[in-house]
Design a protein around this ligand. Structure first.
Ligand code: ADP
Length: 497
């Protein structure tokens, strides 16, 4: 049984899932933390505001009938014991301190007088600020029983028997703290347990859903990549722009296009190579067979053949050797051009002069065929910037073709005209012409319009011309009408001194 391949690794899904749960838990913890902080602050502020006047009441109620100090100047401890008793009956979280005007603690029921480490004074600044603001502001003061902590308090000044000081009441004393922390602990235990189990379940569910959504595009990409790797070269990611990871989707599509393009190119190169080998062997075989036949005849019938027959056979052999060597040269030239082994060596030269030379070279051949070969606009000297030997090769092939495909009494004209930054070179003949449907293919290798033309040429001439044009970053166009003639036109850049 074959397993259906997974589109995403379980590792990735697991990681995403864990990250999601971690995120939710972290958010939960920070939420509980901030809620706790603000709830606590709110609670403290409310308690302080509510009990702001407690210290004033203590002074007004208790110090009216009895002095906080005895006659010997010591603190009236029974009064304070009584006071604390009353207070704690109402609120067990309260702790009362009697301070002198320097903030020194004169007495408190909750402080052990024998404790040498106990705090002896409290800071007066928050107390004074509290009194000045009439208890309207949230202020924290020192806690004598817990020097590291700041507590909410109520305070009021007294002035009795020439002695000044403050009644300082810590509102959330030790008792309050104990009760509060136990309650808080229980509350958090309950909240924590509930919250953790709830968030885990929800995070797991939402996490899975979110991963499914987030990785939707990723799954599409993975399955497409897999299809491609399994040989489906048409596999592409649809609408890559709309993908969440469009760069990746686009890059994959481009990469796939390049790969298939290269494969196509390789296939066509391979096809061309096979075609070339087949054509070459065919082209070489025919003249070779003819050569072999005539040589054998000459050898065998040496004594019976007349002198003129011998001459004729030798001429045929000579022509075929010529043909063979020309074909081999062309093949060599073409394969070099195709393999991009030829780099044009561009230099300034006179295309007019080169044309004159070529016309002179083909004059005899043209005259033999009774063809009028001439150059148009012979006076204007046009300088171009190109590879002289490659341009000469191209022109030679074009003139050769023009003469080859033109009937006696026809005309072949080579014209040169400066057009802007280029010189236009035009080789026109009044020959057979090329059918319109064949025109796009005549520059392909071995393309010959008329099968009988095979006898006249190799079918490589125009392919070589096209390659030379490509090397000069230019193109060649053909204008032709059957039975009227053809024009081959190309441009070369003018050389400006
Ligand atoms: P070939 O060696 O057969 O001439 P080319 O590559 O030079 O090969 O030309 C390809 C084909 O294009 C020729 O076989 C011929 O059919 C056609 N052709 C080329 N030049 C001309 C021309 N001037 N007039 C008519 N046909 C032409």
């Amino acid at each position: 049984m074959s397993k259906t391949p997974k589109t995403l690794t379980p590792k990735l899904v697991k990681k995403l899932w864990l990250a999601f749960i971690l995120l939710v838990v972290m958010m939960g913890v920070s939420y509980i933390g901030t809620t706790n902080y603000f709830a606590n602050k709110h609670n403290q502020e409310t308690t302080q505001r509510l009990n702001a006047d407690v210290a004033n009441h203590v002074i007004a109620e208790k110090f009216q009938n009895a002095s906080p100090f005895l006659e010997d100047g010591s603190v009236n401890k029974p009064l304070f014991g009584d006071l604390m008793h009353d207070m704690m009956a109402v609120n067990r979280g309260i702790e009362v301190y009697l301070l002198n005007d320097g903030g020194e603690i004169l007495y408190s029921v909750v402080l052990d007088p024998n404790d040498k480490d106990a705090t002896k004074s409290v800071s007066l600044a928050p107390i004074k600020s509290f009194i000045a603001d009439k208890g309207e502001k949230f202020i924290l003061g020192d806690d004598p029983r817990n020097p590291e902590e700041q507590k909410i308090f109520s305070a009021a000044p007294y002035s009795v028997d020439g002695r000044n000081g403050f009644v300082y009441i810590v509102l959330a004393g030790k008792k309050f703290q104990e009760v509060s922390s136990t309650l808080m602990g229980q509350y958090f235990a309950k909240l924590g347990l509930g919250a953790i189990s709830l968030t885990t379940v929800f995070a797991a569910l939402i996490g899975l859903l979110a991963i499914w959504f987030l990785t939707k595009n990723l799954r599409v990409i993975t399955s497409t990549v897999r299809r491609f790797s399994e040989g489906d070269l048409t596999a592409r990611i649809k609408n890559p722009e709309s993908s969440d990871i469009s760069i990746f989707a686009n890059s994959f599509n481009e990469m796939a296009d390049t790969i298939t393009g290269n494969i196509d190119k390789m296939k066509s190169v391979d096809l061309l190579r096979r075609e070339l080998i087949a054509n070459v062997s065919h082209d070489l075989r025919t003249p070779l067979a003819i050569l072999k036949g005539y040589i054998e005849t000459l050898q065998m019938k040496r004594d019976t053949l007349s002198e003129s027959e011998k001459q004729e056979y030798l001429q045929i052999t000579h022509d075929n050797v010529d043909k063979l060597s020309k074909l081999i040269n062309q093949l060599f030239e073409y394969s070099k051009l195709e393999a991009e082994q030829v780099t044009p060596v561009k230099e300034p030269f006179s295309i007019t002069e080169l044309s004159h030379d070529l016309i002179a070279k083909f004059k005899v051949l043209a005259e033999q065929k009774q063809i009028e070969l001439h150059i148009d606009n012979p006076k204007e000297n046009n300088m171009v910037f190109a590879d002289v030997s490659l341009v000469e090769r191209a022109l030679q092939n074009l003139i050769e073709n023009a003469i080859k495909y033109t009937e006696p009494k026809g005309k072949v004209t080579l014209s040169l005209h400066k057009k802007g930054k280029n010189v236009e070179i035009n080789i026109t003949d009044t020959g057979t012409g090329i059918p319109v449907n064949e025109q796009p293919f005549i520059f392909d290798r071995y393309k010959q319009v008329d099968e009988s033309a095979k006898k006249q040429g190799s079918g490589l001439g125009l392919a070589i011309v096209k390659k030379i044009m490509e090397l000069h970053d230019t193109t060649i166009t053909v204008l032709s009408k059957p039975k009227e003639g053809s024009s081959f036109i190309f441009n070369l850049p003018v050389y400006q001194v």
